[in-house]
Each structure stands twice: as structure tokens, then as C-alpha cells.
Design a protein around this ligand. Structure first.
Ligand SMILES: [Zn+2]
Length: 86
């Protein structure tokens, strides 16, 4: 059986299989959503649910973890992804 690595959500602090989380990665232009989970660089994770996104937005957990401001545009795309998952 293949073991799926666990990652920690910046909002709730739970360890989850990484495909249950969004990966944000620091890029030269700022922060972007890494759908492939493969981009090089500092990454941060947040659960694929509205509660954790809201919390990450409010408490700036992603900004802290990435040491970089996450733009509203990035958050918009995360919320869009949630809608699409339904
Ligand atoms: Zn979470």
C-alpha cells in the first residue's frame, strides 16, 4: 500500500493527506495555488473547506507560513476551486 504523506493545515492545525489540502507555493511573483503539488519552493497547506479558508484568510496563517502576503486573487481562486469540487 502506498503511503500518502500527511501535511498540516495552517488554519485548523490538523494533519491530513495532502490531496485533502490546497497547496500554496511561493513563486517569484508572489503566492500561487499549486494543483500538481510538485512545484519547488516553500509551500503551505490549507484544508479544502470553507471554514479553514475563512480562518486562513482572517488570521493570515498562510501569509505567516509563507512569509509572503497572499493576494485576494489567490484566495478567490481557492474559493472557486471549492465551488467546482461540489
Ligand atoms: Zn484545516
Amino acid at each position: 500500500m502506498k503511503k500518502i504523506p500527511l501535511r498540516k493545515c495552517v488554519a485548523c492545525g490538523n494533519m491530513l493527506e495532502k490531496d485533502k489540502l490546497f497547496r500554496l507555493v511561493k513563486d517569484i511573483d508572489g503566492v500561487m495555488l499549486d494543483k500538481s503539488y510538485k512545484f519547488q519552493g516553500r509551500g503551505a497547506y490549507v484544508c479544502k473547506n470553507k471554514e479553514c479558508l475563512d480562518l486562513a484568510l482572517k488570521k493570515k496563517g498562510l501569509n505567516r507560513s509563507l512569509k509572503q502576503a497572499v493576494s485576494d486573487k489567490v484566495f478567490d481562486s481557492l474559493y472557486m476551486e471549492l465551488e467546482n469540487d461540489r
